[in-house]
Design a protein around this ligand. Structure first.
Ligand SMILES: Nc1ncnc2c1ncn2[C@@H]1O[C@H](COP(=O)(O)OP(=O)(O)O)[C@@H](O)[C@H]1O
Ligand SMILES: [Mg+2]
Length: 284
């Protein structure tokens, strides 16, 4: 099993190396990076390239580790016990009817090796990663209600992503292989754009990329635009048939790009950018 990139996804050499290292070590791959750098998509693409079904677990601030294993639906059982129909009476007999399997349970019991994505682990509270240590390490857990040990038939390929909103505990980090997706340099970015818009005119692309990196490099920006925002913006530029000239002023000074709302997402950043443009114009 080796990951070699895919036609929809541009993977740098070191990213491919990291994926294959995690596969070799049989450890979860922890992927960090700015939002929009392709962390979630990486799991989807690797799963597809290796021909594995992908189970996804999107973490929220309220997600608990136990939900990934299983949950016991006591309310439903109580209701069935009060229903008094033959059907419900029979269901109540077996507690397994009220065990809701979580993604780890599904991944462990799958008949073929699967990929498992634990997406945005830093959203959950600080205990969350620690609560999953044992399960991810031993690839097994115990269901107390049914007295069964759920053990992985095949070790799933685990991807864990983080947007770096919280630090992760050391004990957790020790068990992962780590990769940070650096923000793509211009040439990688060109390849990414090319995957999405193979027919984009080169001069428009060059001008748009220049504007994009200019905006990103503005000092003091609250939120830098990401890869996915560049892609959105390009899609708009193409849909609206914006000419290259609208992006390049003749004297190559900065001007406010059209549809800038695709790149800048708050008024402070827009104001900052406008100020810069204004100063540039005065300095002419
Ligand atoms: N390396 C890449 N190759 C192709 N498309 C990419 C790449 N990185 C990002 N993208 C684009 O950016 C979008 C956002 O990626 P996503 O995986 O959701 O980012 P993240 O999970 O890091 O926030 C993707 O849907 C894709 O369109
Ligand atoms: Mg994501």
């Amino acid at each position: 099993m080796k990951f070699q990139g895919s036609e929809n996804y541009v993977a740098t050499q070191d990213l491919m190396l990291a994926v294959n290292a995690a596969i070799t070590l049989k450890r979860p791959l922890l992927v960090k990076g700015e939002p929009g750098t392709g962390k979630t998509m990486l799991a989807e693409e690797v799963a597809q390239a290796l021909n594995m079904p992908l189970l996804q677990w999107h973490i929220k601030s309220t997600t608990k580790a136990q939900q990934g294993l299983y949950e016991y639906d006591a309310v439903n059982r109580l209701r069935d016990s009060q229903l008094n129909t033959a059907d419900s009476a029979q269901r109540v007999q077996d507690i397994r009817n009220y065990i809701v399997q979580g993604v780890l349970w599904q991944a462990f019991t799958a008949d073929q090796p699967v990929a498992l994505l634990i997406d945005e682990i830093d959203k959950a509270d600080i205990e969350f990663p620690n609560d999953l240590l044992r399960e991810l390490d031993r690839m097994e857990f115990y269901c107390y209600e049914t007295h069964e040990l759920i053990k992985a038939k095949h070790r799933p390929l685990v991807f864990i992503t983080s947007n770096n909103e919280k630090e992760l505990p050391d004990a957790f980090l020790r068990r992962c292989f780590f990769h940070y997706i650096k923000f793509p340099e211009a040439d990688t970015m060109k390849k990414i754009v090319d995957v999405h818009f193979p027919d984009l005119k080169q001069d428009l692309l060059t001008a748009a990329m220049k504007t994009f990196y200019d905006v990103r490099n503005l000092p003091g920006l609250k939120k830098k635009p990401s890869t996915s925002e560049l892609i959105d913006w390009l899609k708009l530029l193409m849909a609206e048939d914006i000419p290259v000239e609208a992006l390049q002023s003749a004297d190559s000074k900065v001007s406010i790009p059209p549809l800038v709302g695709a790149l800048l997402k708050n008024e402070q950043d827009t104001t900052l950018f406008e100020k810069l443009v204004f100063m540039n114009q005065r300095n002419r």
